[in-house]
Every structure is written in C-alpha cells, then in structure tokens.
Design a protein around this ligand. Structure first.
Ligand code: NAP
Length: 251
C-alpha cells in the first residue's frame, strides 16, 4: 500500500487506554496508521506506547492547533484521564478551530455494589471536609497533585500513593508510598490491613480497580470524587475496542 494512504492519528494519552489504542493502531492495517502519542511529561519514566511519542505541553490551544497543522494530523483522539479537564477542553477547542475530527475515549465511571459504603463528593476540598467524620487513617489515591487539598486536615493520618514524589503543601501526618499500578485485590487488602486504614479516598476514575473491592471486603467507607463534566460536543466512546472500530471504519 502506498504511504500516501496513511492517516496520522494524534493520541492525547497518559492512560492505559491511550497505550492500548496506540498498540492496536500500530499493529493494524494496511493501510497503516501513523500513530503519535502525546504525554504530559508528569512522570520521569513514563510507560511508552509503540509508535512515535512526544512529551510535554503544547502551549495551550494555539500550540496544539499549530502542532496539528505542522504534523498534518488527520484525527485527534483524546484518551486522557477523565480528570484531566484542561487538556480535554484544549482538544475540543483545537478540533473546533481546525475542523479535525475529535474522538474522545472515556472509560465509564464506577457504580456502587452491594456491600459498598460510598460517599460521593464534588471535589477534593469536599472530600477533605468530610474525612474527619468518617475515619482517622486515610488511604489517599487521588494522585500527588491532589495532596494540597488535604494539607489542612490535621485530624487525619494519610497514606498517599503516587508514581512520583509529591511536593508541598502536604498534609502534616503523611506517609508516601511510591508505586505504579495495576494493583491486585490481595495487595490492596494487605495494604489496608498493614496500615490500619479506616477510610479510602479516590477519584471516580473507572476501570479495573482492586482498592474498591478491598474496601468493600473490609467494610471501609470510600469517599469518591465525582468526575468533571465531559468535553463538549465530541464523539465519545467508552472503550478502546469502540475507538478502534471508529478509527478503522473511516480509514
Ligand atoms: P490537565 O490539567 O488537563 O492539563 C494541564 C496541562 O498539561 C495541559 O494544558 C497541557 O499543557 C498539558 N497536558 C496534559 N495532558 C497532556 C498530554 N497528554 N499531552 C501533552 N500535554 C498534556 O492534565 P493533568 O490532570 O495534569 O494530567 C496530565 C496527564 O496525566 C494527562 O495526560 C492525563 O491523561 C494523565 N493522568 C491524569 C490523571 C489525573 O487524575 N488528572 C490521572 C492519571 C493520568 P499545554 O496547555 O501546554 O498543552
């Protein structure tokens, strides 16, 4: 097949979905896709998907528009984390400015199951305000950038898990666990037991997750932070399979 038939896809990633989609597209064809994955550069040793990888911000909507034009991108895929609100808004604005199709891949949020004791809150600040009434030994899985919201919650002790070390402001009583998922239910159960955790805080990220199953089993309350609103007016799918079907259908 002539190279001229290749279509260039820019995947805004930093998620398992972004990597899986890049892998599937890189292996699909003919005609082949030119796949570029974009990562924000938050972690020092990111998991690199196959294909081309670029790292770092674009410099706002204008920078993204410039990049899309310079690299002759045909399709923009937003496979970023459901809580990465800014880059998703930029992707929507850049798609509107260039007329390029935008496909959003968003895994579904979690739904409560029998045995769960969840409190849904709209923000990290609301989670921090609620915590002292629920427990004193908190497992915090909201990522290092969210720790500042808990800096004034002195009544609680926190075990915070993140890929990279967090920076100030930090909670006064804090232990940091540097680790990267996926995590098993057994491992999470051990962690809850060893640290005598009595409440879990998580974003409603969706996807496979051992910590929620472990909290259910140990009857520990969970404070779940609601997702921000999805990006406006884009074609949205809830799985990599559906994204792949869309992309290969228009090839
Ligand atoms: P954000 O607040 O939505 O974005 C902040 C800025 O970071 C953007 O304006 C953009 O800079 C840059 N950026 C973000 N994602 C990018 C990407 N994939 N490629 C190039 N630049 C990107 O993002 P965030 O919440 O800090 O998340 C950063 C990355 O981590 C995302 O890619 C996301 O998928 C991943 N992640 C986030 C979370 C979370 O809880 N937020 C969890 C797991 C993984 P410019 O304006 O300069 O272009």
């Amino acid at each position: 097949m002539p190279l001229l038939m290749d279509r260039s896809v820019l995947i805004l990633g930093g998620t398992a979905e972004g990597r899986t989609l890049a892998t599937a597209l890189a292996e699909s064809g003919p005609p082949a896709f030119r796949v570029i994955s974009s990562l924000a550069g938050r972690t020092r040793e990111p998991l690199r998907p196959p294909g081309e990888v670029r790292i770092g911000g674009f410099g706002g909507v204008d920078g993204l528009v410039h990049y899309l034009r310079a690299e002759r991108i045909d399709v923009l895929v937003d496979a970023t984390h459901p809580f990465a609100e800014r880059i998703s808004a930029h992707a929507a604005a850049a798609s509107a400015a260039t007329g390029l199709p935008l496909l959003v891949v968003r895994r579904p949020g979690w739904t409560e199951r029998p045995g769960d004791d969840w409190r849904r809150v709209p923000s990290l600040a609301a989670a921090a305000a609620l915590l002292p009434r629920l427990g004193r030994r908190v497992f915090l899985t909201t990522g290092r950038q969210g720790l500042a919201a808990f800096a004034g919650t002195d009544e609680c002790w926190f075990l915070a898990r993140s890929v990279e070390p967090p920076g100030p402001p930090l909670p006064r009583h804090l232990e940091v666990l540097l680790d990267r998922g996926p995590f098993t239910v057994d491992g999470e159960l051990r962690l809850l037991r060893d640290h005598r955790i009595d409440v879990l805080v998580s974003k409603d990220s969706g996807g496979a997750d051992g910590k929620l199953a472990a909290a259910r089993e140990r009857r520990i309350p969970v404070v779940l932070i609601d997702r921000p609103p999805p990006p406006p007016a884009a074609t949205t799918v809830d799985s990599v399979e559906a994204a792949l079907a869309r992309l290969t259908a228009v090839r």
